[in-house]
Design a protein around this ligand. Structure first.
Ligand code: PHE
Length: 362
């Protein structure tokens, strides 16, 4: 993506068009409903303790998103293949943790942040280049904890929060995790319909992150959770694209839903329209990252592409070239697709694979 020494942003028009959508602010949207359900817990049990920041600028510095959080220079998440860069020092935040050190430096020691985050990723029913996260941070005054450790306070608070959101009878468990900016770190899982599902990542904030926040010697915890994931589990929403559809059969199911109701309604899927698939097979260019292909498919196929899978891989030992075959599954959430329409998009994708990616069709 670097051309003739000049920086070229990898933010696609398709992603750019969604930067201001802020589904977590849209009245009646399930993303906002689950956000409020979590906020209500903190309001009820820790009144006044957690100010909320819902409209922070999604463009953040590389320092805020990575450096201050001790994310190593060679970490894959920093690559242009994984992250949308506006320029060499500015990214679309890849997580709401990007706001931790700036807010702490501004004098705010406990807070909640929600907003859209952006990652270049694969295409399937649970991934979308734009998704929403919520971050929670609590830093303690010296002596504020008494006998309790930070880790105990974290686990107690987040277990209570999860029971508030899912219902008191839900089973939870802690699974060891790794994040560069917390130690120890965990994922909290809930057992839902007989399956363990990860709902959030969290941990005790690394002392060096607090130093970067001009709070040396203090201690605290942080968590981050995906709001689409939470909404998909809580309402039983089967496909992440539904959050972006304009279909009233989707939205009318959430009208008047009270975020603090004990039981949330289950989403009733409207008849699924038939999928149709097309394969494309090409020799890879010398520099190849599948995320370039996915962005290109998203740009041309939009939300009509439900899934993209690599189904074949061929190394030609004689020429040293590699070919791959991908299967694209097309399906609309709103209607049955016409063969011609799908062929038209598939063709445009084939052309772009040659002209934009430098692949050679087989
Ligand atoms: N930012 C992490 C992620 O996106 C989640 C996280 C937040 C983990 C805060 C620990 C503390 O996966």
């Amino acid at each position: 993506m670097f051309q003739t020494g000049k920086f070229v942003s990898n933010i696609t028009p398709q992603v750019a068009s969604k930067i201001g959508a802020n589904l977590h602010l849209v009245k009646g949207h399930p993303i906002r409903i689950v956000k409020e359900r979590v906020y209500n817990f903190f309001k009820k049990y820790q009144p006044g303790r957690f100010p909320v920041f819902d409209e922070l600028n999604p463009y953040v510095s590389v320092k805020d998103n990575f450096d201050d959080l001790l994310i190593p220079q060679d970490h894959p998440s920093r690559r242009m293949a994984d992250t949308y860069y506006a320029d060499t020092s500015t990214v679309l935040r890849t997580h709401t943790s990007a706001h931790q050190t700036t807010l702490l430096r501004s004098g705010c020691d406990s807070f909640l942040v929600s907003g859209p985050c952006f990652r270049r990723d694969s295409i399937d029913g649970s991934h979308y280049p734009v998704f929403h996260q919520m971050e929670g941070v609590r830093v303690f005054d010296e002596d504020a904890l008494g006998e309790q450790t930070v880790a105990e306070h974290l686990q107690e608070t987040l277990t209570a929060m999860t029971k508030h959101v899912f219902g008191t009878e839900v089973e939870t468990r802690w699974v060891d995790e790794y994040f560069p900016f917390t130690d120890p770190s965990w994922e909290l899982e809930v057992k839902f319909n007989g399956e363990w599902m990860e709902v959030l990542g969290c941990g005790v904030i690394q002392p060096r992150v607090l130093e970067n926040s001009r709070l040396p010697g203090r201690s605290g915890w942080a968590f981050g959770q995906g709001l689409e994931r939470l909404a998909m589990i809580l309402f039983g929403i089967p496909d992440i694209r539904l959050f972006w559809s304009a279909d009233e059969r989707f939205f009318k199911q959430f009208v008047g839903v009270d975020p603090s109701a004990e039981r949330l309604p289950r989403f009733i899927p409207f008849s699924a329209f038939p999928p149709t698939s097309r394969d494309v097979s090409f020799w890879l260019p010398a520099q190849y990252n599948a995320h370039d292909l996915y962005d290109l498919i998203r740009a041309l196929g939009g939300d009509l592409v439900e899934d993209v899978k690599e189904i074949d891989h061929f190394d030609d030992t004689r020429s040293g070239r590699t070919a791959k075959c991908y299967r694209l599954v097309y399906r609309s959430m709103e209607r049955t697709l016409e063969t011609e329409e799908v062929n038209h998009i598939q063709n445009a994708i084939r052309v772009a694979i040659q002209d934009k990616l430098g692949g050679v069709l087989r």
